[in-house]
Design a protein around this ligand. Structure first.
Ligand SMILES: [Zn+2]
Length: 249
């Protein structure tokens, strides 16, 4: 039985046994159950997986040399380590709500809150990364919130942050009308954020010297398929052997 099945059994038990208790107790118990899943995972790693990874981690302790910078959504379902079969040390990662990149502001001093820019600068300047991936995904809550209207968001920082994704809204209906509005916007958003990335002097310089490539990916949650942006055709194509042979060999 999976942990999720076990958890749902536990929740049913809890509902039956704690029917008359107060809600805060149920929430605390639920939080304990979720944390138990994580700490069980650490024990599982120590027992069964650590020997396999020990050599790799001891090498990585000497320094990292990741293949690419991955900018993705914070959404827990966007599991790049699973769908791209990556190992520790493969990717330098920046994740945020909506996989957004604030555009460079010429007339402002460096923005204290722009963690994406700081991560990108470290990846390019210190780690000499030559590829940046911006990855959107289907069923993205940030895209849904943008379509609904930022004014409906009650939390001020989230509302302000999503302003970096608003530029794609006017292109809805013209990019891939076969998709739902939410999913079409998440694809458009990848292109918009690539353009934001190109506003940074360090990115422009690297592109000019041919030492940086920017890639757009899109992860479809329902099928677990990954799509690559074909910039020439202005559309996303399924990552399969034909595409990989055509584009990466
Ligand atoms: Zn998302």
């Amino acid at each position: 039985m999976s942990y999720r099945s076990n958890l749902s059994v536990s929740l049913r038990d809890l509902n039956e046994r704690e029917l008359f208790c107060d809600t805060s107790l149920i929430l605390v118990t639920l939080a304990d159950l979720f944390m138990k899943k994580l700490v069980d995972g650490i024990l599982e790693f120590r027992k069964n997986l650590r020997p396999t990874y020990r050599k790799l981690f001891s090498e990585l302790a000497l320094g990292q040399s990741p293949y690419a910078l991955f900018i993705g959504c914070s959404d827990s379902r966007v599991a790049v380590n699973v769908f791209a079969s990556t190992d520790p040390g493969d990717l330098f990662v920046s994740r945020n709500v909506g996989n957004l990149v604030p555009a460079y502001q010429e007339d402002e001093s460096p923005n204290l809150g722009n963690a994406v820019a700081a991560t990108m600068e470290f990846a390019l300047h210190n780690l000499k990364v030559a590829d940046i991936i911006i990855c959107g995904h289907s069923e993205c809550g940030a895209m849904h919130a943008l379509i609904e209207g930022r004014e409906k968001i009650k939390t001020p920082n989230l509302s302000a942050w999503l302003s970096h994704g608003e530029s794609g809204l006017v292109k809805l209906g013209s990019f891939n009308s076969k998709l739902s509005k939410q999913n079409e916007l998440s694809q458009i958003n990848v292109l918009e954020q690539i353009e934001h990335l190109k506003t940074y002097p360090i990115v422009r310089e690297r592109i000019k010297t041919g030492t940086l490539k920017i890639h757009g990916w899109w992860f479809d949650l329902k099928t677990a398929d990954v799509y690559a942006l074909n910039a020439k055709l202005n559309r996303f194509e399924l990552f399969n052997e034909e595409l990989v042979n055509r584009s990466y060999s």
